[in-house]
Each structure stands twice: as C-alpha cells, then as structure tokens.
Write a protein that binds this ligand. Structure first.
Ligand SMILES: *[C@@H]1O[C@H](CO)[C@@H](O)[C@H](O)[C@H]1NC(C)=O
Ligand SMILES: *[C@@H]1O[C@H](CO)[C@@H](O)[C@H](O)[C@H]1NC(C)=O
Ligand SMILES: *[C@@H]1O[C@H](CO)[C@@H](O)[C@H](O)[C@H]1NC(C)=O
Ligand SMILES: *[C@@H]1O[C@H](CO)[C@@H](O)[C@H](O)[C@H]1NC(C)=O
Length: 605
C-alpha cells in the first residue's frame, strides 16, 4: 500500500515537472509517454484495490506493452473469448483494447468475471456514455476508460450507475477513486422481487402510515433491510399477474431462472435445487424430519387387560398345577388322590395363590408345611406384582408404543401425509427412508398449499413431513394449547442437514453485497430473533394460520365406573356361573337323599 502511494506521489511530481517541460516546448515521444501513464494508472488502480491477475482482451494495442513490466500474471485473450472455465482468483483486472474487444461467450467465465474491474483503452472515437451504456446492458458495471488524443494525452472516464450522465471524468492525480462499489447506494433503484407469502416467512400487511402493502417475516425482513441498506426500492409486484393468485415457490424460482426477477422472497432447499448459480449462500441450516403425533395414553378400561401378560399368566398356571400336585402328594405321601379334577380345581392351591385364607390341616407333616410355605411366598409375590402394576398404571396410564423407525411409520395407525412435490424430490434423490414406508401408508397431497393447510390444522390422524424451521412455529402454537399434540422426531429424518438458500438471478451484479448482508444478519442473531417473533407477528397481524382442530382425547385423572365396567360384567358373569353350579349341587344332593345308597353312589359316579 505505502509503496503504491509513494509511486503515485512520485508520479504526480513527475507530471508537474513534465507539464513545466511541455510549457517550455519540449514534447516526449507519444508512445512511451502513453505507456508510462498507463503503467501509473495501473499502479494507482492497484492502490485502490489490489489485483493478482491481469486479463487482456483484444488484438495487439498499447496495453500489451505493459506486459514488459510484469505487474501480475497475465492472460492474453486475443480472440475476445475464452474457452476454459475461469478458475483463477477473483481479484482480476481486465484490460480491453477497444470497447468491442471483449466478446466473452463462455458462460462460467462471464459469471466469474462479472464484477471484476475493467479498464478499456478506447482506440476508436466512441463516446464514453455509449460505452458505459453498452457494458451496463451486459451488467458489467466496474468500467473505466482511457482515451488519448493529441490535445489530451490521457483522459480517464469512469462509468457510474444510477446517475446522469452515466460517467465521470478523472484526472490521474485526483484522489477520488476511479472504481467504486455502485450498488452500495442504489439511489432508489428497483430490486424486482416476488414473495411466496408462506406464513411466517413473508406476510403481507397494509401499513396504515404509508397506505402501502408491506411485508414482514424472517425472509421478508431480510429483503426489507437489504433494500434499506443499499438505498433501493423493493418491487413486489413487478410481474403483471392476478392479484388474487398467490405466487408459488415454483413460479418464483422459475422467474428467477428466467431473469424476470432479481431476488425471490422465498427459500429453496438444497434438496430441491442443485444448480447453485441461481441460489445465494445458505441462509438457514435446518433438518427435514417427521412431525409425529404424541402417542396417546392407554384408556383406563384397557389397563386391566394390559397388565396380564400371557407368558406370565402361563407361568402362574404351571406353578398352580405343580403346587396342587405337590399338595396332593405331600398330604398322604402317595399319588393316591391325584385326579384331574383335584389338580385343575385344587381349592387350597387356588385360594393360596390368590392370597386368600384356606384350611390348614391339624398336624401337617414337614413336607406339607414346606409346600404351604412355597404357596404363601408365591402368593405374596404374585399379588404384590399385580397390585403395584395396577396402581402405577392407574396413576399414569402407559403411552401407546412410540414410532422410532421408518418401518414403524408403516405399521402405525397414522398415515404419513406428504405433498407430491416433496415426494417427487425424495424419490428423485433416491432417499432410502421413504422406500421403507409401505406406499399404502403414505397419503400424497397433490397441492402444496393444500398440504400446508392440512398440516396447519394439526389433525393428529397423520404424520407430516416438516423442516425444523417450520416446526418452531408449530411448537410455538402448541404452547397455547392445553397439551402438545405433535413432537418433532429426530429419529425420523430424511435429511439432517438441509440448507435454505434464497433464489438469486445468476447475473445479479450486487449478489456479493446481498450475501454479505445476509451473513451479517445471521451473525448478529437477527434471523433467530425474527424467527422467535414470528408467531407473535402472526397473532399481531390477525393471521390464524393454525387451528388445532382436533385436540387429542384428554384422559381424565379420575376413574369412572365406565372404565371398570367390563371387569364388573366379568364379575357378574362369574357370579352367575357359580350360582348355577351351586343350584346344580343342591339338586344333585336332593336327588341323592331320596335315592337308596347304592343308587346315590352310582349317581355321584
Ligand atoms: C476449472 O474447474 C473446473 C471444475 O472444477 C474444471 O472442470 C476445469 O477443467 C477447470 N478449468 C481449468 C482451465 O483448469
Ligand atoms: C437514497 O436515494 C435517494 C434518491 O432516491 C437520494 O436522494 C438519497 O441521498 C440516498 N440516500 C443516501 C443515504 O445515500
Ligand atoms: C438413483 O438410483 C438410480 C438407479 O438405482 C440411479 O440411476 C440414479 O442416478 C440415482 N439418482 C441419484 C440422484 O442418486
Ligand atoms: C382428520 O383427518 C381425518 C381423515 O382425513 C378426518 O376423518 C378427521 O375428521 C380429521 N379430524 C379433524 C378434527 O378434522
């Protein structure tokens, strides 16, 4: 830097002495003089902003004589267009021999060199405003021209946007910069945009003060602040269209690709778009997962059924038969009384296992005592186990099995709702997860807006796809409900790292300013702040985008008779059966009394 300024000062001193010399009538050889001046101009440009590569477009001219001074690595493009992708660093200075020398057709080179500074040596007699207009039409704005003729050995013009005339004249010794960043102040210039009006990213409202339609939301705010920063005007209604018809995300990206709008007030995901030329630097990082209804708690009337595990029940029955057999054996120390009825309906063993009292023989043998011991211990274990199960489940009923994998989604009673667009993207990306869900468990909603409406209704018959970014809004909404309906499942993600990018026209000349602005907003935490405010904004604007149409069935913390009705019914049925048995027994007893003993004996058999 310092050496650069030194050169500039020495050069200006040289100018003064040369002026004195020319006053004395001494003229230098023109070519050498011009070359020196050009060299000094380049040194000055390098002081303004360093460059490390030179590109010279066009046939041999005075600019080529600068090669001798080896200022920087130089690329000569005599044909006016390059054939290769421009892979050099971005700090490139372009020199052109004449205003028509640069006829670049290579698309990548054009894009990469769009914002590079350009110095044009005007050989023909063209006017600076035409040259500026010509370059400006090609969206190349960092232009300066050098003209030399007999009267004025070197005149420098520099193009200016957003003003009239569109160029300024500079002297080599002036300390006003030759190249400036035009788009830092666009002087009310227009940025064409279009909003997708996806709540809460961009929400339109009527500003009472100015009587205009304004936008708010964490994508719209980014645009508003950018326009304010670069002193530009946002035009949300650039394209003539049906005012009622909402511009869809797909329309906006298409218009951006067609160069019909500059920046889209919407967001593209890295899943949908792979051509980064039409996208900005990532704005948000998010994940793309499923929003799953919180598993319902088991109703009270099913708890009695749930606590009886079939395997445990089998073990208890086996235990019961074993104990009955042991009891029978140890009473007489022989298998004499062993009958099927005695084993299956052993009342001592049954009552013992159920924790009831049962007749204890007067002087039991040691073996019998041991069996009773085991019986009482088993009964204690079983009754305590069921008691604690029942009480804890009645205090807090267990939830239904939760969905942890994509296979579970297919087997659950909820269907997966997804929009056609998202499904197509997932299929095109060969997403392995979507393939794990049976197709008949997926409900495809053709229209994206219809899908968003369904999701906003928080209907818990479905599982929905959602990005974390959207989810934060649902989360906020759920805070106002008595209890949450959905949760965001990080186990069920199609993509854990998803970028949101803003669609930007590929030749937007102030793309670098926009990206820098975007990153600053993110750095300062403004985006986070806007996001956290978005639900409040929606409420403030009177938008009611989400209504919890279906509250989950609320489990009352009290048990009502209805909950144990089927247990009571079972009890009544069992009582009925035992009454029948009792009546039958009475009848049999009466018949036996009236019969002779031998007949009575036969009847019992
Ligand atoms: C520039 O980079 C691209 C992609 O990385 C490559 O295909 C191309 O060959 C490179 N061009 C040159 C001139 O190195
Ligand atoms: C913004 O642009 C207007 C013209 O629309 C201009 O008058 C004003 O000076 C500019 N503001 C700044 C801060 O440059
Ligand atoms: C998806 O898989 C098919 C064949 O299995 C393959 O041809 C295609 O290139 C894959 N697409 C992506 C985006 O990986
Ligand atoms: C949720 O969606 C299902 C299926 O479309 C429907 O039967 C049910 O009525 C909806 N629930 C509410 C509360 O709208």
């Amino acid at each position: 830097m310092t050496s650069g300024w030194l050169v500039l000062i020495l050069f200006c001193l040289g100018q003064v002495t040369r002026a004195q010399l020319s006053n004395l009538g001494i003229h230098q050889v023109d070519g050498v003089d011009l070359e020196q001046k050009l060299l000094r101009l380049l040194l000055r440009v390098r002081v303004e902003e360093s460059f490390d590569t030179l590109v010279i477009y066009g046939e041999e001219c005075v600019l080529h004589s600068l090669l001798r001074h080896s200022l920087a690595p130089t690329v000569l493009v005599s044909a006016g267009s390059t054939e290769f992708d421009w892979n050099f660093s971005s700090s490139t200075l372009i020199l052109s021999c004449g205003s028509n020398a640069e006829r670049e057709v290579n698309y990548r080179t054009l894009m990469k060199l769009q914002t590079a500074r350009r110095l044009i040596y005007l050989m023909e007699d063209s006017k600076p405003e035409t040259v500026c207009g010509h370059y400006s039409a090609r969206e190349q704005h960092n232009i300066a021209m050098i003209k030399s003729n007999v009267d004025h050995p070197v005149t420098i013009y520099t193009c200016r946007c957003f003003q009239d005339p569109n160029y300024e004249e500079r002297d080599l010794c002036e300390d006003r910069p030759i190249f400036i960043e035009h788009f830092r102040d666009m002087r009310g210039g227009i940025i064409r945009t279009e909003a997708d009006r996806q709540v809460p990213r961009s929400m339109a409202y009527w500003d009472a003060k100015s009587g205009e339609e304004k936008m708010i939301g964490y994508v719209a705010n980014l645009m508003n602040n950018y326009a304010q920063k670069v002193n530009a005007t946002l035009d949300f209604h650039h394209l003539p269209r049906d005012r009622e018809k909402q511009a869809l995300y797909t329309d906006i990206t298409r218009w951006v690709k067609e160069d019909r709008i500059d920046i889209g007030t919407t967001m593209s995901t890295s899943l949908q778009e792979s051509d980064l030329d039409d996208l900005s630097y990532p704005y948000l990082l998010t994940s793309y997962c499923l929003m799953v209804p919180i598993p319902a708690r088991l109703p009270y009337n099913q708890i009695y059924a749930v606590i009886v595990d079939p395997l445990v029940l089998c073990i208890i029955f086996v235990l019961f038969y074993l104990l009955s057999a042991l009891l029978i054996y140890s009473q007489r120390m022989s298998w004499q009384g062993l009958t099927l009825a005695n084993v299956l309906l052993n009342d001592k063993s049954l009552r013992g296992l159920l924790g009831q009292s049962f007749p204890f023989p007067r002087d039991p043998s040691r073996n019998l005592k041991l069996v009773f011991f085991i019986l009482c211990f088993a009964s204690l274990m079983i009754t305590t186990m069921y008691e604690s199960y029942l009480q804890s489940y009645l205090t807090l009923p267990p939830p239904e099995p939760s969905i942890r994998t994509f296979q579970d989604v297919g087997n659950s009673r909820h269907k997966l709702a997804i929009s056609r667009m998202e499904l197509n993207v997932l299929i095109a990306k060969n997403n392995s997860h979507i393939g794990q869900i049976r197709r008949d468990r997926i409900w495809v909603v053709e229209d994206l807006n219809e899908f968003v409406r369904l999701r906003n209704s928080l209907n818990d018959s479905y599982i929905y796809t959602v990005t974390y970014d959207r989810w934060s809004c649902y989360q906020e909404r759920q805070r106002t409900l008595s209890h949450p309906i959905f949760y965001y499942s990080l186990d069920l993600c199609f993509n854990r790292f998803l970028y949101f990018q803003i669609p930007v026209r590929r030749h937007l000349p102030h793309r670098h300013l926009f990206e820098e602005h975007m990153q600053r907003q993110q750095e300062f935490g403004l985006v986070q702040f806007w996001k956290s405010q978005s639900f409040l904004d929606m409420v403030r604007l009177g938008l009611k985008p989400m209504s919890a149409s279906s509250q989950p069935p609320h489990i009352e913390p009290a048990i009502v008779v209805d909950d144990i009705s089927w247990i009571l019914k079972l009890f009544v049925a069992a009582m009925g059966v035992s009454c029948c048995c009792f009546i039958l027994e009475l009848c049999v007893w009466g018949v036996r009394r009236r019969m002779p003993p031998s007949a009575a004996y036969l009847a019992t058999i």
